[in-house]
Design a protein around this ligand. Structure first.
Ligand code: AMP
Length: 202
């Protein structure tokens, strides 16, 4: 076992199995740095662009926790909330969770605007382990009492800089204010402009 291989990371057997099947042998730099910290329950502010493997960098430790600590889900809640700026990105993150988590028992769904809300409301009814959402529609469903963020254990803000560029700062701040204080927070941004750092600190 080489020291800088996935096998050397304390990820559960079903995740190791999938990584072997995908022929992922060596963690990318962001994965090598992020995964051990996240497995220890630390918060993270990561500077990483798309294509660096950041999605596996956060999905693997979260899936590891869901696998090791399965929980009865409460109606309308999620254990993990990933915020993404666009529907396309949300779908991509959801697909990554499905792929990396294909041997882990967990429930996930997507929430984004531009489509009918009924299937999204139904998908949230029994609660999910992983919710990947865009901010606007998520707040709509929260205001209608279809989604409850009080049980979030892992909060991921993906592409934080794009989120702010798209004018989502107020929405993101409101969503953060609804999260429980005790949680693990992960921020990913391609740049670390002062407004990103300020948001992360808040
Ligand atoms: P991302 O930056 O998360 O969008 O990932 C970029 C691409 O790299 C995706 O297609 C992943 O499937 C792939 N990938 C991520 N991590 C690894 C790895 N450690 N080894 C090989 N491919 C990877």
């Amino acid at each position: 076992m080489t020291p800088n291989a996935f096998e050397a990371l304390p990820l559960a057997a079903p995740l190791q199995r999938v990584l072997r099947e995908l022929n992922y042998t060596t963690p990318s730099p962001i994965q090598a740095q992020a995964i051990p910290l996240l497995l220890q329950g630390r918060d993270l502010l990561g500077c990483a662009q798309t294509g660096t493997g950041k999605t596996a960098g956060f999905a693997l430790p979260i899936l590891n926790a869901l696998h090791e600590r399965p929980k009865q889900l409460r109606p309308k809640t999620c254990r993990t909330l990933v915020l993404a700026p666009t529907r396309e990105l949300a779908a991509q993150v959801g697909k990554s969770f499905s792929t990396y988590g294909r041997e882990v028992k967990f429930r996930q769904t997507l929430i984004y605007g531009g489509v009918g809300q009924v299937p999204q409301v139904n998908a949230m009814r029994a609660g999910v382990d992983v919710l990947v959402a865009t901010p606007g529609r998520l707040l709509d469903l929260i205001d209608q009492r279809h989604v409850d963020l009080s049980q979030v254990e892992f909060f991921v803000l993906d592409e934080a800089d794009r989120m702010l560029d798209m004018g989502f700062l107020r929405d993101v701040k409101r969503i953060v204010s609804l999260l429980p204080a005790r949680r693990q927070s992960l921020f990913f941004s391609a740049t670390l402009a002062p407004n990103i750092v300020e948001l992360a600190q808040s």
